[in-house]
Design a protein around this ligand. Sequence first.
Ligand code: BEZ
Length: 211
Amino acid sequence: MALQLGDLVPDFTAETTEGKISFYEFLGDGWGVLFSHPKDFTPVCTTELGRVAKLKGEFDKRNTKVIGLSVDPVENHEKWAQDIEETQGARVNFPMIGDADRSVADLYGMIHPNANDTQTVRSVFVIGPDKKLKLTITYPASTGRNFDEILRVIDSLQLTADYMVSTPVDWKDGDDVIVAPALSDEQARERFPKGFVTQKPYLRLTPQPNR
Ligand code: BEZ
């Protein structure tokens, strides 16, 4: 069955552009993003990998490791990295798994045979420090992902993990957040000293607590 939110993600070992890794060891105690792309030396993938390289510092700030994957061998990833640097102006600065035997792709359900039976789709898995799946999204090969959105979701997930809040539609870092309905007004006053605005008893907004 496909991995679902809240599931413990499977551990694996794999060859990468930075040597052999054990996934759990690679993640350590922090957050992780495992993402697949369909094929090396293809245009959309080239732009995506360049973008992730440019955003590496943003992932680092969020204590989040990033790791890419396709079913191409590591040697191809290494050759392709030169094209990515040349065309996107960024050196790939995170490991890329060479999953030529598709073992990780199958473990994570990254091949959707009715879309393409030999290439991975554009899967994203965001994994928490507890190794549980916090977010998964799937894009088709023809659509490049928005990695700013993935950072935005990580910001939301980390706020939820640290405070009893959730984030409203189109929320971005710095906007007001929603007080968990499970908290009474009295508990919310203690927990959120900046106060909160009650629009409905179930809809209370408070300034972002970690700002
Ligand atoms: C691309 O990255 O452009 C791409 C890869 C596989 C299929 C279609 C497009």
